[in-house]
Ligand binder design. Sequence first.
Ligand code: 2HG
Ligand code: ZN
Length: 459
Amino acid sequence: MTFFEELSRACGPGALLQDPALIAPYVTDWRGTFTGRALAVVRPASVNEVAEIVRVCAQNRVAVVPQGGNTGLAVGATPLDAGDAVVLSLVRLNRIRDLDADGFTISVDAGCVLADVRERASQAGRLFPLSLAAEGSAQIGGLISTNAGGTSVVRYGTMRAQVLGLEVVLADGTRLDGMRALRKDNAGYDWKQLFIGAEGTLGIVTGAVLKLVPKPRFVATALLGIDRLQDAVRAFGVLQHMLGETLSAFEFFPQRAVALRLAHEPALAPPMGERAWYLLVEASSALALDDAFETALAETLDGGCAADAVVATDSNRRHELWMWRESITEHERRAGPSAKHDVSVAISQVPAFVIEATAAVEARFSGARVLAFGHIGDGNVHFNVLLPADGSIPREDVTAVVHAMVRQYGGSITAEHGIGRYRREDLLAQRSPGEMALMRAVKRALDPSGVMNPGAVFS
Ligand code: 2HG
Ligand code: ZN
């Protein structure tokens, strides 16, 4: 049998795509910046099929690039140019296996879309707290493989904190079943942690048991306008003090993001009177919040750490306020090329970092425009730089300046998007030789022939 005959037998003939027109959407990243090539795309519908495909690929020394919703921003799911890999899409592995409302867990296939998991939890009076702009397409397997963050990390942690059990297919096709719904389990190494954030380079996540929390009965959302970014850190302190663990989102974006959206949607009214920066604040609780929330907002206004505030009075208004934050990536894409950064520094250092890095980039590269926004409550800034369409400013030059500044601040070059193929060269400056050697040893132990997602994470 030829390789393709074996592959077709492993997943069923309808699940093997070889027509270049059908393959095209799977070999370009979401932003449309990188296009690779693939031998084929396979779309298995069961874990056994995934295991069989990987076994066939491993035996033939063919690389496998796992792909979820293809919403990643680090090019971790796009094959290289060599065209010698198979893209394994998890899109058909999308069954919610079980929801245990009393145990506060949900067991899902890796290809389940985040919004569907959140919706299913909500129907059961539960919340799956991970939330991000791409949740209508992003899949659980990809979110686990990138240890995704989003807008609720400040309260609930990243994806890693939500995973209780994991099922993976190893590089030789072995299926490892760790679909355990246990809160405590110290039996040996907690091996699932290796695969969370490994970007598909150690194996393929095929299923997970995720933690749920009670669905909050009250949600309060507000937009604060501030004149200086330093005020954001002060406002964060005040709101944490006043709202405690009910504070579930603390995001920031600049007037430039508002202007960008208004340029694309001129009929829209701005969210409030113009300010240099905006903070999107949300609290949620089983207990009524109105008084506590209003008192906390009043405290930020009275204390001079916010200049203006609007409170969402209903869910439509809440959605409208969130759209000012969540649509930024989409408008940035429409605006043209950009150098994307996903950095983290200490929360207290975010204002100084943003101000210093903006001055450095805009002084050095005339025509470059910084668009810095993100999860200030996590110290995570999407320090993106809009570049001229003519390609006159090389993205790598801008990134070198930004990442050098990140190093000065003792920060990280990726807080939530991951390394992928986008910043694999930069990883070497971020991690010590000892740390790189440890990571390579893990990679070699789990994927000795290097067939799992080659080109991602390691250069
Ligand atoms: C967000 O926080 C996403 O909205 C995307 O992580 C950030 O576009 C980006 O750089
Ligand atoms: Zn983000």
